[in-house]
Design a protein around this ligand. Sequence first.
Ligand SMILES: [Zn+2]
Length: 409
Amino acid sequence: MERIHAAQYNAIRLSLAIRDGRAKLALTRPQLAQAMGYKKIDRGCQRIAQWERGCALESLDNPNGIDAQTHKRLVSQLPTSKHLEKLTTALELNLEMLENYREALLSTFALSHQRHRRIREFKKHTLRSEHSLIKRHHKLLLDHANSLKATDQFKEIQLSSCGVSASFLGAIDFTLGDLLTLSSNPLVSTCAQCGSDFWNLKVSGSTLSGRHTVTGFCTAESCDQSKQQLPKGLKFGRFARVCLKGEQSNHTRSSHWSLSQLIHHLGGSVPLIEIYSDQFEVFAHYDPSTWMLTFTSSANSVDLSSVFETQTLLFAASTLTREPEYESSSDKKHITIQSLQPLKFGAFVGNSLNVDLGGEGVWRYRDGVLADPNGVAMALMKMDPPPAVLFALARHLSGHHHMKEPTTT
Ligand SMILES: [Zn+2]
């Protein structure tokens, strides 16, 4: 917040200086435009009016940062260094002071945009890591396909990087069940590079223009083909319709599991998931192979093994209806998750996971980013963890949240 106030201060000083300077010399805007050497006086007047009005800084309020377009728009509202030189000469102003205001504003814009870019990086990582997880373990998943499809908890694992998004038809992120059902046809085609099977994991485009992109992986280990065309003779619109019809059901999807947790369960090896703070520093990690969420600074751990009850759970549907109870082993801080209805932390609304903390609001997770009830990105990761991890994180962060000072410099 302080940063925004500083930006407002600098923006106001900058426009006031131009306005006051022009008033002092009793110059009209056309006169100033002429003095600055504008050939098109109208154009010059527009620019001067813009500088005197100042930048529209509301977009800096977004705690997750501004996108490239907004960044460009904000920068375009400022006079360039050349403009400032001409302005200060024409208005007899102190160039260095105005340069300082401008530089300070530019660095605020850049910081905000950098934050936006870094958050997006996590999203990209999450999508990529899911693709490589499926590539590495697709045989394992196919070997268990029938059992997995018969178990709701596994079938309904939400995937974040697989699905179809077709303008005019809709968009859907696949569940593991969808993926396995479609994996024979039409999801798998021939790799254009080596002729092995290619999995079309993510297909997006427009049914009208026929323009589309397909990303996925080639099943040959040494082949790194990750993008190609749909197979010849297969129209995107038809493909999208088949996929969207697929196994899609309208009821709320809910699973305690994540893909990496399942793969560990089936005997595959999965990496540790590092969890980053809103300042992009690792503050916790989750190890799917030990079911432990560990907070780095306090060395507190949350044991989530009871959520998965691995020995009895697999393929025994009757054990799935029990309510899980989690309790932290730590006595220092209370991270207690008890007797939750599965829906409370495993339910997807649209393509994001809702983490309902009751009185403290609903947190939402999507593509590597856990956001608080105000939409502020509070925890970031490069792979989807199981929902219980997100729940524990939200509880942990909402406890600190209210006491924390705004992070500014
Ligand atoms: Zn290939």
